[in-house]
Design a protein around this ligand. Structure first.
Ligand SMILES: [Zn+2]
Length: 455
């Protein structure tokens, strides 16, 4: 057998159908595909153009981040953490965000992508908040990462004098054009008809994007019920809670990814389970934002009911899926005082296989297995947190984090090598990031709020 790359002597956490963990294992890559996985001795006959000594590596499938705002990174650390949800978004995040130039959005996106690649995320589902869509798509493409993204889309006419029908028409036309420009045809990058969600989309737009997704083989992702406000709004305006209303209008289903879902009740959880709707939980963002996930979250119940639960990093602050998986493997054990909840191997499934399912890509990613895309992460065992190696999955989730990621392949291309992105000029990016942030924050007139004096 011929291959382009053969990595030998590594410890493999395959997440394959048998969930094999293979010591002294090997993976062969031809083009963008994994063509062999097994013991090093069994793959020794493969004629590879490049042979990599993997004896210092634990190899895992690439992680799938199912909710991230890639163009928010320039404002990280700047938003006061103690303000109410509506004020945080309305006075700080959204005005700052909408004031970014296309060039500034590109810098922000590349910072987020560098942070994801260097911590082992090979695929992300963007939150549907990109404004300079074509410019940012070109930037994503250049980094080597796999992505499904969406344009900032909402259509509710808050101003009574606005032409409500025109808002819906324009939102849908923009999404249709994006799907035509970036079709879901096997390429690394594709557009989805994502919605901001909450209460910002009309029923008409919800129904239209659902039809559009089904017609084009894409899917829809939307924020829902991080706090109580979404259901309060739906109750006041429709008499039903948020997810009940989405069920009533026929837009739940396996094509849909609802993000956060902290303030839902048992009936909404049942509707999600019965419809096959995916749910993405962002533990890091939920905890820091004080959503109440520890005492309200129905994630154990949803998991038990068979809901496909995936994970995301959400906003600007941190893009390390290993940190998110570690939190997932902890918070409900404590919240429910039940140590059987979300063990390490389930957290890893959420960050790989379940994410692939959200994206409709279960056949091609989420595991180290023959026929899968060669999206591979090499964790460096020459680090204190990886020594000694006893139980690889437990240590991946409980001991390690993204800082130990040495190398990453996406589609068989080594996009991180020896802790540096190969397709992003990181030094230049960090200089651009600092300058762009100063420009954006300077224009806003908003103060840098710090409890301690910054001299
Ligand atoms: Zn979000």
């Amino acid at each position: 057998m011929q291959a382009d790359t053969l990595i030998t002597g590594a410890c493999l956490i395959t997440v394959d159908a048998q969930r094999r963990i293979i010591r002294d294992g090997a993976v062969a890559i031809a083009g963008d595909t994994i063509v062999a996985v097994g013991k090093s001795a069994d793959l020794a006959g493969i004629d590879a153009r490049e042979v990599i000594d993997g004896s210092r590596f634990v190899l895992t499938p690439g992680f799938v981040n199912c909710h991230v705002h890639i163009t928010e990174t320039l404002i990280r650390g700047f938003i006061p953490g103690d303000l109410p949800f509506d004020e945080t978004l309305g006075r700080w995040v959204i005005p700052l965000y909408k004031d970014h130039s296309p060039a500034e959005q590109i810098v922000a996106a590349k910072l987020a992508i560098a942070a994801m690649l260097r911590t082992g995320t090979t695929t992300f589902l963007e939150a549907g908040t990109i404004i300079a869509f074509d410019e940012v798509m070109a930037a994503i493409e250049s980094t080597g990462i796999r992505a499904r993204t969406g344009r900032w889309t909402e259509d509710r006419a808050w101003d009574p004098s606005a032409d409500a029908e025109a808002l819906t028409r324009e939102a849908l036309a923009a999404l249709e054009a994006d799907l035509e420009s970036y079709p879901q045809d096997g390429r690394r990058i594709a557009a989805w008809p994502n919605l901001i969600g909450h209460m910002t989309a009309t029923d008409e737009l919800w129904r239209s994007v659902t039809d559009l997704a089904k017609r084009t083989g894409t899917r829809v992702s939307a924020h829902m019920s991080p706090v109580g406000g979404d259901s309060e709004w739906y109750l006041a305006n429709t008499g039903r809670r948020a997810v009940e209303h989405l069920s009533d209008i026929g837009v739940l289903g396996p094509h849909l990814n609802l993000v956060h879902m902290v303030h839902i009740d048992a009936h909404e959880a049942e509707l999600v389970a019965a419809s096959g709707t995916n749910v993405t939980h962002c533990p890091d963002a939920s905890l820091r934002s004080g959503y109440g996930v520890t005492h309200r979250g129905l994630f154990p119940e949803m998991a038990k009911a068979g809901v496909n639960l995936a994970l995301g990093t959400d906003g600007a602050d941190n893009h390390d899926m290993m940190r998110v998986m570690a939190l997932m493997a902890s918070l409900f054990r404590d919240a429910r005082e039940d140590r059987s909840l979300f063990p390490a191997h389930e957290a890893l499934e959420m960050g790989t296989l379940n994410g692939a399912k959200v994206l409709g890509l279960s056949d091609t990613m989420g595991a180290l297995a023959v026929g899968m895309k060669a999206d591979i992460v090499a964790h460096d065992m020459r680090r204190p947190e990886w020594c000694p190696l006893n139980n690889p999955v437990e240590q991946l989730i409980s001991s390690a984090d993204g800082r130990g990621v040495h190398s990453v392949w996406v589609d068989g291309v080594r996009v991180v090598d020896d802790y540096r992105c190969t397709l992003i000029d990181e030094d230049a990016l960090y200089a651009e990031g600092q300058a762009a942030a100063q420009a954006v924050l300077g224009r806003s007139g908003l103060p840098l709020v710090s409890e301690w004096p910054i001299g």
